[in-house]
Design a binder for this molecule. Structure first.
Ligand SMILES: [Zn+2]
Length: 353
């Protein structure tokens, strides 16, 4: 698409969504199959940008297919907004938002939350296979002269060791948080070992020194990003959140809500127990809406207004996850506010055709 193809409201280009072939840019796309209209909604100013009739006709089949596939599970029927990924949401205009759909979505999210289990000795044995395979592959690679000379120098060790140390120094607070202190502090042992490995070897080359410096810079950059507190801010009494996150980037407006859904998902390092899941579900049932739940969290924000996700108990995080998921079933007010104008603009455009 050409550079001139920006938002009519603010002139900014639409971000790529990496999901749709027919509309490769914009993070929120609204469509109305009954009137064959398609809009790209600006992530900055919420303006509805009507697509030309030809482009709309070309895009509708793909939009309908993706939308239908997402709600095909049955429980999501009636939802008029679906989030396909952190980078893309589809809004079916012309249907009314269903509160029940949000609640069903929350229950589906809850049902899909896996409880953490110790991987067990079978998983360990499977892992051993990968290590063995990796070792054989490495030996085969060493038969190639260029690779062998690379291994003869300490440059790769310096580079990857540098990444590990730089990352560990800045990011250690957020490495597996609960009880893996040994992992968090591994860089403390690693750094002297690395320096010793390099100093005790052959005369150091420029390549090794450069690799070490590059590795430490890269590691420090990643660690710095990861260590930045991730959480949300909002104005009292509203559910319009903005997201701060080092890894996923900061988001404001409706895109923040879909980003929060991905950031709040627990992973294996959280070691979720059934009690955490139940606590999250109970808190969500007690509130029934994101707005109501956020009121409870108002006093937990820091001086900058940030509710830091890392300060929350796992059950609390899950309750927020469910509330955010339910909220996503309904389009944000600031987006819906633009619909009447968007429809009259479309009518005028169609009468000119
Ligand atoms: Zn705009």
């Amino acid at each position: 698409m050409s550079k001139a193809d920006g938002c009519l409201g603010c002139g900014k280009a639409f971000p790529k969504n990496r999901q749709l072939a027919s509309i490769p840019d914009a993070r929120l796309i609204a469509f109305d199959p009954d009137t064959a209209r398609v809009w790209r909604i600006c992530h900055r100013c919420n303006a509805w940008n009507l697509l030309g009739t030809e482009s709309a006709a070309a895009a509708l089949p793909e939009l309908m297919t993706r939308y239908d596939a997402e709600i095909a599970g049955g429980s999501l029927a009636g939802m008029n907004m679906v989030v396909l990924s952190d980078g893309l949401a589809l809004l079916r205009a012309g249907t009314s938002p269903s509160r029940q759909a949000g609640e069903l979505y929350a229950s589906e999210l809850h049902a899909g939350l896996g409880v953490w289990q110790w991987p067990g000795w079978r998983a360990g044995l499977a892992g051993l296979g990968y290590v063995a395979g990796g070792g054989i592959l490495l030996e085969l690679l060493k038969q190639i002269d260029a690779v062998q000379s690379l291994f003869a120098s300490h440059a790769p060790i310096a580079f990857f060791g540098g990444i590990f140390c730089g990352w560990g120094f800045f990011g250690w607070r957020v490495l597996p948080q609960r009880d893996a202190r040994a992992i968090r502090l591994a860089w403390v042992i690693m750094l002297p070992t690395l320096v010793w490995t390099i100093l005790s070897g052959e005369p150091q080359s420029l390549a090794e020194a450069t690799s070490l410096a590059l590795g430490i810079c890269l590691g420090a950059w990643i660690g710095w990003k990861v260590a930045r507190p991730s959480g949300i801010r909002w104005e009292d009494g509203t559910d319009r959140i903005s997201v701060q996150d080092g890894l996923w980037g900061d988001r404001a407006g409706w895109a923040a809500t879909s980003a929060a859904l991905f950031i709040l998902q627990p992973d294996d390092s959280d070691r979720m127990k059934p009690a955490d899941r139940d606590a999250g579900w109970a808190a969500w049932r007690a509130h029934g809406s994101l707005r109501s739940m956020l009121r409870d969290f108002e006093s937990r924000r820091d001086a900058t207004g940030l509710l830091n996700f890392r300060e929350l108990a796992l059950g609390e995080r899950i309750s927020l996850l469910l509330a955010v998921g339910a909220r996503l079933a309904e389009p944000p007010e600031e987006i819906l506010a633009g619909l009447p104008d968007a429809q009259s603009v479309a009518q005028i455009a169609e009468s000119l055709d």
